[in-house]
Ligand binder design. Structure first.
Ligand code: ATP
Ligand code: CA
Ligand code: CA
Length: 432
């Protein structure tokens, strides 16, 4: 959990944006959840609602610290999606809005998107490009029915789609989604796998400086890694991946990856790292040790957290807006509730390795298909053309969606096997 990023507080350049995002989420989510549940209609998928926030407040919106506009997309669809993913409405609000503390991962990809973690590390806010925003709105019906038919999907779980704009600023689109990695376990290695080999190498020298960097396909192959599943788990995993990829192919989406975080049970958690994480997530705890100790002492107990959640639930039931300030909540010590409903997140928030005979292995994998909002459009076709001139056409990463998906499934299937099989394979390779 070294990649927890920097805390976004009042002194952070993106503080106003983060504050506005969270204020908007809090307002729109509690507004929708305060109403009696109902069936979705066709119009819900295209719905959008605009709100103006300012320092005085008006009959529709409460007062806020800054002036900004907030747009909420398909709120009923996302309410139903959150329910399908078994998120508790009160917990969702608590995670995303308590004290407005997020941590920023900066911009890890080439795309320029920013990533923010909720302070309990359960959710990620990702800023997305206008084209990605348009795509998500376009595919929302297909995504929704896929989720209904595939509750164990590996594809990113989207919980909300919103837009913020400050006066004279540009429009910023963002999604809220699941953090695949758990708050309570160290991830010892991270891989972003596409099934392509061209440009899919993280320079091993750079690992020394940044031991928790996200590695790629060639690094995986160089390590002779595999996803160690016995026949049952392998079947479950591959079949779900095939169904997910079939959807992405049908929607002409590409450039997605399988994100794999590996927790090595024999190494366990490094307590020093955990302390650091806690400091980042405890407001004020990084000022000095004394303050840290005090702040930890003030951290509410689990019981108090449960009490707060109950109060919030009551407010939502009574159709009251949720008050703007919430006190602090501690990092969960167990796997995130609700996540266990998917088989792939059922082993302590992840999917545990197994041996050939089904005995548990030494690793827990935290995995999912991420970055699923790139349409094979104009830009990619151009890129394909130029890259195709110099590199082999099947190995470059931007190939059309059909081929991209087939190659992805083939690669991931080929690295999924029990240890015994992998060892036999490595031996055969060495002999050849
Ligand atoms: P690019 O388009 O250049 O690949 P991007 O900005 O679209 O980048 P992503 O590919 O979505 O970014 O993610 C970049 C990195 O952020 C991932 O490799 C992973 O380390 C982390 N990340 C993204 N989504 C998640 C998630 N749901 N859970 C945990 N980590 C994530
Ligand atoms: Ca990516
Ligand atoms: Ca991307």
């Amino acid at each position: 959990k070294v990649m927890v990023g920097t805390k976004v507080d009042e002194n952070h350049v993106n503080w106003v944006m983060a504050y506005n995002m969270l204020t908007g989420i809090r307002f729109t989510v509690s507004r929708t959840n305060a109403k009696l549940d109902r069936e979705l209609t066709d119009a819900d998928f295209d719905a959008k609602h605009k709100f103006s926030f300012d320092i005085t407040g008006n009959e529709l919106t409460p007062s806020a610290k800054y002036d900004f506009k907030f747009k909420d997309y398909a709120p009923w669809v996302f309410r139903h999606l959150r329910a399908t993913f078994r998120l508790d409405p009160a917990d969702y609000l608590i995670s995303l809005t308590s004290k407005y503390i997020l941590s920023e991962l900066g911009s890890p990809g080439k795309s320029g998107s920013f990533f923010y973690f909720s302070r309990d590390y359960k959710y990620i806010i990702k800023t997305i490009h206008h084209a990605e925003h348009k795509l998500l709105r376009k595919i929302l019906r297909d995504y929704y029915s896929h989720i209904q038919q595939n509750p164990n999907t590996l594809i990113s779980q989207f919980y909300g789609l919103h837009r913020v704009k400050i006066p004279y600023g540009r429009k910023i689109h963002f999604v809220v989604m699941n953090n695949l990695f758990p708050p309570h376990r160290d991830i010892h290695q991270t891989f972003d796998l596409k099934g392509s080999t061209v440009g899919r190498d993280f320079k091993e020298e750079r690992l020394e400086k940044n031991p928790r960097a996200t590695l790629k396909d060639l690094n995986w192959l160089r390590r002779h890694n595999h996803l160690e599943f016995g026949p049952m788990k392998k079947k479950l995993f591959i079949e779900q991946m095939q169904r997910d990829v079939a959807l992405l192919q049908r929607l002409k989406i590409m450039d997605y990856s399988l994100l794999v975080g590996v927790h090595d049970l024999t190494r366990g958690n490094d307590e020093r790292l955990r302390d650091k994480t806690l400091q980042i997530f405890q407001p004020g705890a990084d000022r000095d040790t004394d303050a840290a100790a005090k702040s930890l002492a003030r951290t509410p107990s689990k019981l108090e957290n449960a009490q707060k959640a109950r109060e919030l639930r009551q407010l939502i039931k009574r159709e009251r807006p949720v008050p703007m300030d919430q006190s602090t909540f501690r990092m969960p010590e167990e796997a995130v509730e609700g996540k266990e409903n998917s088989i792939f997140y059922a082993d302590d928030g992840g999917f545990g390795a197994t041996h050939q005979n089904g005995d548990p292995g030494e690793e827990i994998y935290y995995l999912g298909i991420i970055d699923c909002l790139t349409h094979y459009g104009f830009v990619k076709r151009l890129e394909h053309f130029w890259k195709g001139l110099t590199e082999s056409k099947t190995q470059i990463s931007p190939i059309p969606p059909e081929g991209y998906g087939d190659r992805f499934v083939k690669f991931i299937s080929s690295i999924t096997m029990p240890r015994e099989e992998a060892e036999a394979e490595a031996e055969a390779e060495a002999r050849a």
